[in-house]
Design a binder for this molecule. Sequence first.
Ligand code: NAD
Ligand code: SER
Length: 318
Amino acid sequence: MSGTTGDKVLVTGALGQIGTDLVQALRERHGNESVIATDIRESDGHSSVEGGPFIILDVLDTDGISRICQNEGVGTIYHLAALLSAVGERDPDLCRRINVGGTISVLEAAKVCNLKVYSPSSIAVFGPDSPKHATQGAVLNPTTVYGETKVTGEALAREYLGRFGVDARGIRYPGLISYKAPPGGGTTDYAVEIFHAALKEGHYECFVRPETRLPMLYMDDAIDATLTLMDSRGDSLGESRAGYNIPCLSFSAEELANAISERVEGFTCDFVPDVRQEYADSWPDSIDGSVAESEWFWSPDFDLSSLVDEMLRGISSS
Ligand code: NAD
Ligand code: SER
């Protein structure tokens, strides 16, 4: 290994929904200059990632990742570049190339540069034969290509840990709800779009049925869980370290719409399912995060009510 000795942090896919919040949180901790945001595209000029270094980087460019890490003294990489479920199912080959190929690139760079890696998984690893309250060890037979890429991503992280000692960690994120950046084309996007539509139009046409229930989390909690996992001592983490279920919320699309109507006068919601209903139906309703809770002691702060309050406040003031 030609290890870097640096303590800088690099984030791939930094302009996306999670990167926008994560880069800000990392810069508050480490200082602006110590967190290098990267993405395959330019920022639109309004992203918070512009407050520090930003580099155009295709995550399939292993040598490019290694070069930046060695030149800049990077010690940790948060690998967020991926295609989400709805976009991924429209182009499965590209989804495999970016999600699996990108993870291999990052892990290869980590092997060469001695990096610690955060690489998120998803509740999409579960399939219709998993229990509706999904346990950590439940069978993983996803029916989406996106879900397959996440199962493979977890396996790769375990392989690089076992064979090369790469300290790779990950969380099976549920649907994440935030207001600072738009969601990137996933099945759970309705749970973000609904807030913007409620405040702008007073109406939303939701693409899943009202009774559709999925695991969800407010972004602040997801960022806190991510940083808590990355701060944890490696020897406290067990065999789930590449893809932890975490404790999260579970509510139906109708319960979300009702919580918004209680706060936005006159808001109405129609439910007109499209192909994303199939992906949602293949995923669990809720998640058993007890292994994460017992190994690194994390639980969320936001419930449905405080999440809805924060989303409406955040969108109204931005
Ligand atoms: P996003 O779609 O909002 O952002 C992904 C970013 O990756 C985009 O800015 C895009 O430009 C970039 N990108 C795409 N191809 C790239 C490439 N070849 N090289 C470099 N950058 C590239 O995604 P997100 O919601 O921020 O998700 C980040 C990670 O978290 C993904 O692995 C996703 O699967 C996972 N995840 C997200 C959620 C969620 O609800 N947001 C839930 C579960 C898991
Ligand atoms: N929120 C993501 C999606 O819907 C789940 O990984 O694709």
